[in-house]
Design a protein. Structure first.
Length: 608
């Protein structure tokens, strides 16, 4: 959600800034712009629309001179996507230029005060308020000025500032929104996410909340909000730069679907040794686990669907009561969290604003927090008591696929570890489970060959207005994910329901030709789900059934049958989800949608 880049060094800033913004396109945006200082003045070029439109404006402007600059891709929060609302924003008649991620909650109050002092606003954004506020407090000392601004704003922010009379530096700060400083040789970089810098450096500093950074080409200094110097350690990025590129694929989403066998293997293999689950990242002893009163699982979006699956699996294996909360609701419902409870937070980016706030609330109330995240040293990872990383590598497409699958794997491992500690998982049973887990990558590999079958199915359903997904137990959890995948990238109205709830109202929506995906891969619930398939089929639905095992009776009632390999019931979600991802992908293509950058969505949701 929004992206920031910055560069200071000996090279031309403009192409580096544009390249960095392209690497952040996956975060979601509706406008883009850059500001470059040539030592005498700051040029700002910005536009609504895509980076391609920004490049057209840059070409029309001519060569943009300068070795210092900042750039931004905006996802609209305050004001519509327009040229005026695009970043960078200017304050003080051109003295201050700023880009900003986040939301300033008291911007109206600040704006009114600034207008009384004679400030003139040209946009509807909260960011322009920051530009004028910085100019108001500016006294020649950038650290003191930034600290004063930070002391007067409420909300979340990552900001980068150019000041006309300080042409050889970039001023940056953050609170509740990610910001990273990259270290080069005779040059330094700024970005809201690592991919923007991978072409130039692998060494970076991670800003903490309340910290201020002053970037010069040959050094970077960090300060806390009290203006004290802060010594920070470098973080080295191990990602292969090519893994953040398409590698010949038409879309990142398809590439990432195909990378799931590797993501699953890389997440599972290091944690299974001699047929035993090994989770050294989990600091809880067996005695600590025995004292857990309740497990709170908190997440957003697809990660919440992993949490729904986790509840079924952990309660079944470990018999510890679990609650699953949407992170955006958790801290506002006065959750009953007690000392000794376990809180599992799940986030691909490790920066999800609602999930981070829920984490802090759970810790405040005494819970031990374990996070499942994909980005090393992200804020959620750093603030958790324990962190178990998913080894999915960089995920660029807005719609998650491989990160979702890797998160499921960590849930499987955790369930076994908890169950063993409580004496509910024998050595023999654990060995059998581990064997099933290690077979998943090859099974997923086999499912990737269903491309043609699912592409054809998508061509038949492409003009539909509504699609329903139904299932029971873990099949319901994956119905939620299949429905979300479809709606977020193809823009089809799609809903998921626990299959047993159909007769309590939803079945009234089924009419002749309505597509219904029925997931029926939980053996103990198969006959119940088959009954629900019959119910919707009797009312004219076109049924696509996902089944595992030999169930010839399904052919009588389903129009399309998708056959999946068999594994332990707990691990079927890893197989169920793959054809649903592929189907959603081809539905989006059939409908001419922007698969990797669906409208109105952002990869990393860093504001509430």
């Amino acid at each position: 959600m929004c992206g920031i880049v910055g560069y200071i060094g000996a090279n031309s800033a403009s192409p580096i800034l544009v390249d960095g913004l392209r690497k952040l396109e996956y975060r979601g945006y509706d406008s883009a712009g850059i500001a470059v200082s040539n030592g005498e003045h700051i040029d700002v070029i910005k536009t609504k629309g895509r980076i391609a439109q920004l490049e057209e404006k840059l070409a029309a402007f001519g060569k943009l001179e300068g070795h210092v600059g900042i750039g931004h891709t905006r996802w609209a929060t305050h004001g519509a996507p327009t040229d005026e609302n695009a970043h960078p924003h200017i304050g003080g008649g051109g003295r201050v230029t700023i880009v900003h991620n986040g939301i300033i909650e008291n911007y109206i109050e600040l704006k009114n005060n600034l207008m009384e002092k004679g400030c003139v606003f040209v946009s509807q954004t909260d960011t322009e308020v920051l530009a004028h506020l910085f100019d108001l407090y500016y006294n020649g000392d950038p650290v003191e000025t930034m600290a004063a601004v930070m002391g007067n704003v409420r909300g979340s922010y990552a900001v980068a500032v150019l000041v006309a009379d300080r042409p050889n530096e970039i001023i940056a700060a953050k609170k509740d929104s990610p910001l990273i400083v990259g270290k080069g040789k005779g040059e330094n970089f700024l970005a809201s996410d690592i991919p923007a810098m991978l072409n130039y450096t692998r060494d970076c500093w991670l800003l903490e909340d309340g910290e201020i950074a002053i970037l010069k080409k040959d050094r970077v200094r960090f300060y806390d909000s009290n203006r004290n110097l802060v010594k920070k350690s470098l973080f080295h990025v191990d990602w292969d730069a090519q893994s953040a590129e398409k590698g010949g694929y038409r879309h990142f989403m398809k590439k990432e679907i195909d990378e799931q066998p590797k993501a699953v293997r890389d997440t599972l293999s290091p944690h299974i040794k001699n047929s035993v689950v090994d989770l050294p990242e989990l600091s809880l002893s067996d005695e600590d686990i025995k004292k857990i009163g309740k497990i709170h699982i908190v997440a957003c979006g697809s990660a919440w669907h992993v949490g729904v699956a986790a509840k079924y699996i952990i309660e079944r294996d470990a018999e510890i009561p679990c609650e699953v909360d949407l992170a955006s609701e958790f801290r506002y419902r006065n959750p009953i969290v007690k000392k000794g409870d376990l809180c599992i937070v799940i986030s691909q980016s490790g920066e999800t604003a609602d999930t981070l706030a829920a984490l802090r609330e759970a810790k405040r109330r005494g819970a031990h927090v374990v996070s499942i995240v994909n980005v090393v040293a992200s804020t959620i990872a750093r603030e958790s008591d324990d962190v178990i990383y998913t080894m999915a590598g960089p995920e660029i497409a807005v719609a998650t696929t491989k990160a979702f699958s890797a998160q499921l794997c960590v849930v499987y491992l955790l369930a076994i570890r908890l169950s063993r500690a409580l004496g509910r998982m024998s050595e023999k049973r654990e060995a059998e489970r581990c064997k099933k887990l290690l077979a998943l990558p090859e099974q997923i590999e086999g499912l990737l060959s269903m491309d043609d079958e699912l592409k054809e199915l998508a061509s038949k359903f492409k003009d539909t207005k509504t699609v329903f997904f139904i299932g029971r137990g873990l099949d319901y959890a994956i119905s939620l994910e299949g429905s979300l995948k479809l709606k977020e990238i193809s823009y089809i109205q799609s809903e998921a329901y626990a299959a047993g709830e159909l007769k309590h109202g939803t079945i009234s929506l089924i009419e002749e030709g309505t597509p219904v995906f029925a997931i029926a891969t939980q053996r103990e619930l198969f006959e119940k789900t088959l009954g629900n398939i019959k119910e919707v089929k009797a009312r004219g639905a076109k049924v696509a059934a996902l089944i595992s095992g030999d169930h010839p009776e399904v052919d009588e009632f389903a129009d399309y049958v998708i056959h999946l390999p068999q594994t332990h019931s707990d691990y079927m979600p890893s197989l169920d989800v793959v054809p649903l991802q592929i189907f959603a992908y081809y539905m989006a293509l059939e409908r001419g949608c922007d698969v990797d950058k669906p409208r109105n969505l952002a990869k990393s949701v860093t504001v509430e």
